[in-house]
Structures are given as structure tokens and as C-alpha cells.
Design a protein around this ligand. Structure first.
Ligand code: GLP
Length: 356
């Protein structure tokens, strides 16, 4: 099978690989894990994986299970650390990440139970701090995380590092953002059932991993992904700190990449071929941005919005605006149900009344 088309998006502050779909991203990350685990197994050494929950990594876990079953990928020397857990929540609760991880992944591979680490959602308030210090110590004692898997929340969080999480934060208790709780509501059968707090590995704990793969799929991730990869790193979007990581990659499907400059306004990041579709995309975008009708656009509007090349190739502005206007006009169907060519007299369609 030929390799699926993929390329790094230009103009991002962190390498961002655009893949044709989530399955291709899952295969990409699974391959990297597979290579590392086999190399470490051969050397008799452990592999330390940082794992995430949520809908995003499900396909990756399925692929890893497939590699275990069909290609004998051996997890017996793999050590895992999960990013987070709701608090308070018993392990056996149907919504706990503990249970989710076992049902989705651990129960299907030959990982040793003693090698699995997940923050404990059953801790009493006065036990939390010691637990978090010990969690960090265990990560260090295992040799540090080799590969960290991440999703991204709509607040731009990684793990549960909600907006305001500092770059030097470590494993700790955190209060969940209302957007995050709303997003989790369906799984918990109502927002009121979503715990208010969680234990999460910190931004610094994640940044310590040797390699990081952040996966994001679907249009609901497009805004937070764009902020994370295009705006300067800030506490407002904890995923943006990955820009400072020496080996972090974002893996995006087309929907999650849709708001990036490279996709939305490609003419801003390099030369483009002015195909009719691209001209339409640019001119409609310009008209919406400057809030002018297509036929009112002038040369300055094009010049001031990185569209000088389009102006030079196809201008002047009035001509381009008019062409796009006529093109759009041609798509309007005045009689969506089709024109009635021969109208029958109204009485011919009357039904005969029958009395019963
Ligand atoms: C939760 C998890 C994150 C995850 C995020 C996105 O907040 N703590 O680790 O990345 O949800 O979830 P999903 O992949 O379902 O969109």
C-alpha cells in the first residue's frame, strides 16, 4: 500500500503533521511506540510510556492491541504513567480513567499490573500532596517518560492543565474548567455528575518526556490547536508550552487543522497557485474580513491583506471581485424544486370529495 499523503504545516511554532485522517495518525504513533518497545526489549530494558485518556487515543490503543496480537509486540517490559484522574472517583466507577484504561487497553496486552501507574482518585485531601510527590518520584525512578501521548481539551489543556497552569507545574490537584466539565457531561450523564477536581501531571512533568505526540482530531479541536501552534506559549493554553519542547509533534487530521493559517489563508505563508477555488476562497475571505461586498473590493484591500500576488496575476480588484460575484451568483438556484413548465389549471388537481 502506498504511504498516505502527509506533510508538515508551514508557519507553526511546533512541528505539526497534517495526516489524511485519524487512522493514519494512530498508525504513525503506534509505529514509533512499536519501534522503541522492540528496541528496548531487545536490549533487555524497559520502555516508559506516558498515556492519555479521552476519545482521541482510542484508535491508537486499538492499533497497539493489534500489534500485540498480530505482530507479537511484547508489553511485558513497558511501564506506564497516566496523565490524570478525576477526584474524587472510585477506581471501579464506570467513569474513572482507571477503569477506562483497563477496559480500553491494559486488559488486552501483556503489561504487568505493577508497571501501571494512574493517579488515584480515591485519595483523602490530606493524602494528595504526598501522593503527587511520590508520582513524580516514580516517574524519575523509572528513568523518565520516553514517549508521552497527549490529546488536547477545548481549553487548550494537556492532561488536566487548565488555563493558568504554569510552565513549571508538577503533578497536583486541579479544579476543572467549566468548559472541560461541560465536555465531559455526556460521559457522566449530566454536568452535575462531573467531578469538580482532578489530579493531573503538570506541564513540567509532561515537558520532561523525551518525545511527545499530541493528537487532535475533529473540527471542535480546530480553535485550540491553532492557538497552541501559532500563538506564543502562554499559561492560557497549556499545550502551547510544547513549542519549547525539543521533540514534540502535533498530529492533526484535516478538520483539526482547518483553522491554521496554512490551511485557512495559505497565501499568507508562501506562494500559492491561484486556481479558481483558491481565488474564490481568498476573495470570499477578504470580503468577510473587510466587511465589503465582493464588487466593492478595491486594490488596497488586496494589498493590505497579503493578496498582492493575486491582484498582480488576476487583477484589478474590481475584475476579480466581479468574477467571484458572478461565480457565486451562478450557484443560486431560484427554483430549488425545479420550475413548473406547464401549469395545470388549479381545478384539475382537485380531488373529488366523497361523502361517507
Ligand atoms: C480530558 C483529558 C485529556 C484529553 C481531553 C480531550 O480533559 N484529561 O487528557 O486530552 O479530555 O478529550 P477527547 O480526546 O475526548 O477530546
Amino acid at each position: 500500500m502506498p504511504p498516505a499523503p502527509q506533510h508538515f504545516l508551514p508557519h507553526t511554532r511546533v512541528p505539526s503533521l497534517l495526516l489524511p485522517n485519524s487512522a493514519a495518525a494512530n498508525r504513525f504513533v503506534a509505529r514509533e511506540i512499536d519501534k522503541l518497545v522492540r528496541a528496548r526489549n531487545a536490549a533487555g530494558k524497559p520502555t516508559v510510556l506516558g498515556l492519555a485518556t479521552g476519545s482521541t487515543p482510542v484508535g491508537l490503543y486499538r492499533e497497539l492491541i493489534r500489534l500485540h496480537e498480530d505482530e507479537k509486540l511484547d508489553f511485558s517490559k513497558v511501564i506506564t504513567f497516566n496523565l490524570d484522574e478525576y477526584l474524587p472517583l472510585p477506581k471501579e466507577d464506570p467513569h474513572s480513567y482507571f477503569r477506562w484504561m483497563h477496559e480500553t487497553f491494559f486488559n488486552h496486552v501483556n503489561i504487568k499490573w505493577e508497571n501501571i501507574h494512574i493517579p488515584d482518585g480515591t485519595l483523602k485531601p490530606d493524602e494528595i500532596e504526598d501522593f503527587c510527590i511520590e508520582y513524580e518520584r516514580k516517574i524519575r525512578a523509572a528513568g523518565g517518560i520516553d514517549i508521552q501521548i497527549l490529546g488536547i481539551g477545548r481549553t487548550g489543556h494537556i492532561g488536566f492543565n487548565e488555563p493558568g497552569s504554569p510552565k513549571n507545574s508538577r503533578t497536583r490537584m486541579i479544579t476543572l474548567d467549566s468548559i472541560t466539565r461541560r465536555d465531559a457531561a455526556a460521559g457522566f450523564f449530566g454536568e452535575e455528575n462531573v467531578p469538580n477536581q482532578a489530579i493531573t501531571m503538570g506541564v513540567a512533568s509532561i515537558m520532561d518526556a523525551r518525545r511527545v505526540f499530541l493528537m487532535a482530531f475533529g473540527e471542535h479541536k480546530a480553535h485550540c490547536v491553532t492557538k497552541a501552534i501559532e500563538l506564543p506559549p502562554s499559561e492560557a493554553v497549556s499545550a502551547s508550552f510544547l513549542q519549547e519542547h525539543p521533540d514534540a509533534i502535533f498530529l492533526l487530521d484535516p478538520a483539526a487543522a482547518a483553522e491554521t493559517t496554512a490551511i485557512k489563508r495559505p497565501w499568507e505563508v508562501g506562494p500559492v497557485e491561484w486556481t479558481p477555488e483558491r481565488v474564490r476562497q481568498a476573495v470570499v475571505w477578504l470580503s468577510l474580513t473587510v466587511r465589503k461586498g465582493l464588487q466593492k473590493l478595491n486594490d488596497d484591500d488586496f494589498r493590505e491583506h497579503h493578496l498582492y500576488e493575486l491582484l498582480r496575476e488576476k487583477g484589478p480588484a474590481e475584475k476579480i471581485g466581479e468574477e467571484v460575484f458572478l461565480d457565486r451568483l451562478a450557484t443560486i438556484q431560484p427554483y430549488p424544486a425545479g420550475r413548473l413548465l406547464c401549469r395545470k389549471p388549479f381545478w384539475s388537481s382537485r380531488r373529488t370529495r366523497t361523502t361517507t
